[in-house]
Design a protein around this ligand. Sequence first.
Ligand code: ZN
Length: 199
Amino acid sequence: MKAQLIATTLIVGGGAVLLWAIQRAKNDPVSTVGPEPTSSNTQSFLSSLFFQDNNAMKETTPQATPAKRFYLSSRSKNRMSGVHTDLVRVVERAIQLTQFDFGITSGVRTAEEQNALFKKKASQLDGYSKKSRHQTGHAIDFVVYDENGKVTWGFSYYTQVSLAFKQAALELGIAIKWGGDWVSFKDGPHVELDRTVYP
Ligand SMILES: [Zn+2]
């Protein structure tokens, strides 16, 4: 029992010193602010520990990884055939700025294609009495790939990619609307040219 108690005390005491050491290393590895060690030997031992650690980290920790570069696939490009060139320019710039990869799933649609989506309840526009911006080449839909390259429908990913679209549009002076900003029917995968500028 007594040996156990001593062992426990040593472990707890050692743990406390280690925690203090970690904390000190994290906060300020150079200054002497913080509780002083009980002896100069402890101090030099801990100092060597910190500085060894710091040096090791400098050598092995990679620098902040540069932002990944993404490219439009030929399938994405094909799907934009017939889309207004200003919107294509925005897409081509957005793929260079985006934090997450994306692909184009839909560009121009015929009235029949739009009506099929309406019947599937995938759109509120029937293609005849209510036309979609897709029918006139003023809209595209995109799909986002997450950090593992998998298709995602998580709205936050679409918000992230929309920032790239908005930045691209700003740079090019082309007015766009992101479907995710709509209040009544949020359409995260949809981007279109602003009606007020591109009727
Ligand atoms: Zn759309």
